[in-house]
Every structure is written in structure tokens, then in C-alpha cells.
Design a binder for this molecule. Structure first.
Ligand code: ATP
Ligand code: MG
Length: 158
């Protein structure tokens, strides 16, 4: 399905914004340019849902969650960052492994199975993109993923 990515992304963020608790603030750094991508919208929704759920789950009181999209050439790079506890640098790639969770005891109390990011990686790679994490312990985490922009047609009307 061909969609205007920022519009698609904003709708997902809107849905979380309606139901999220007040301990986190959403900060959108999104332009209103139209970048079209050809994606399985159900699967991409699942990917973004998990990344946002993780960001909320690991955010401290008063934390910000920032949403950004950067475009270079014909690649769209999506960023979702939080001010949470972060991930130790030696584990930053392992969070994409099935069932891997940084701290088993704490993770158990947080719920979940440890599959979310493994599924996200599978889905992003099936779309020809990449997904990775950058994190600073005690500072926060940013999850990045890329998608190919369908055409170089950029509209500024929506
Ligand atoms: P599930 O997504 O299946 O409900 P989960 O959230 O634990 O469970 P993943 O989404 O795959 O699993 O994340 C794997 C692990 O990576 C998490 O358990 C957590 O330890 C770590 N992690 C993921 N996102 C963040 C984040 N934003 N900040 C800190 N740690 C994170
Ligand atoms: Mg998760």
C-alpha cells in the first residue's frame, strides 16, 4: 500500500497520545512534506506500536519521547527516542534477538515476551530497510529504522 509516511506516522502517534499516561510528553519533529512509501501498513503499525510501547514503558516520570523523520537521497530514516534507563552498550544489538531482554527480573515485572523488536527487525528487513538502536545508559535510547521512498515526488500541499 502506498502511503504518505508522515501522515501514517502521525496517526499512530495520535492513537498513543490519546491513551498514554501523563508521565511522558510526546514531542513531534515531523515536517508536513509528503514522502511516499510502499509498505504493509498492518506490519509497519505493529513495528511502530512496539517501539513506542517500549519507549513509554522505559520512560521516567517527566520524560520526553521524540519522533523524527530525516530524509537523505531516497531513504527515509525514522527516529523514536526516549529519556529512559537506556541499554548497556554491550547489549544494544542483542535487543533485536528473540526473547532477549536486558534485565530478566525487571523485564518480568514489566510484562511482555521479548519478541517485539525481533519481529520489528524481521518486518523492516522484509521491507528492504534496516533497524538499529543507539543508547546511553541512564540517558535514553533511540531506535532508528529506514524505508525506501517510493518516488522523488515531494508534495508540500498536505
Ligand atoms: P514485548 O515487546 O514482546 O512485549 P519486550 O518489550 O520486553 O516484550 P522487545 O520490545 O523486543 O521486548 O525489547 C527487548 C528488550 O530490549 C526489552 O525487554 C528491554 O530490556 C530492552 N528495550 C527495548 N526498548 C527499550 C527502551 N526504549 N529503553 C530501554 N530498554 C529497552
Ligand atoms: Mg516491546
Amino acid at each position: 500500500e502506498i502511503v504518505n509516511f508522515n501522515q501514517f506516522f502521525n496517526r499512530i502517534i495520535d492513537r498513543f497520545e490519546l491513551s498514554k499516561s501523563d508521565h511522558v510528553t510526546f514531542v513531534r519533529m515531523l515536517s508536513n512534506k509528503a514522502y511516499y512509501v510502499d509498505i504493509d501498513t498492518d506490519k509497519l503499525t505493529q513495528v511502530i506500536d512496539n517501539i513506542i510501547s517500549n519507549a513509554i514503558k522505559y520512560s521516567p516520570d517527566g520524560g520526553n519521547i521524540r519522533f523524527g523523520v530525516v530524509v537523505t537521497d531516497s531513504i527515509l530514516k525514522v527516529m523514536i527516542s526516549d529519556d529512559g534507563m537506556g541499554i548497556p552498550s554491550e547489549n544494544v544489538d542483542r535487543v533485536f534477538d528473540r526473547f532477549y531482554r536486558v534485565d530478566r527480573a525487571r523485564a518480568r515485572s514489566m510484562g511482555g515476551t521479548g519478541l517485539g523488536l525481533a519481529i520489528a527487525r524481521e518486518m523492516i528487513e522484509a521491507h528492504g530497510g534496516r533497524i538499529w538502536a543507539e543508547s546511553e545508559e541512564g540517558q535514553g535510547t533511540t531506535i532508528f529504522f529506514t524505508l525506501d521512498i517510493l518516488t522523488d515526488e515531494v508534495g508540500e500541499w498536505d
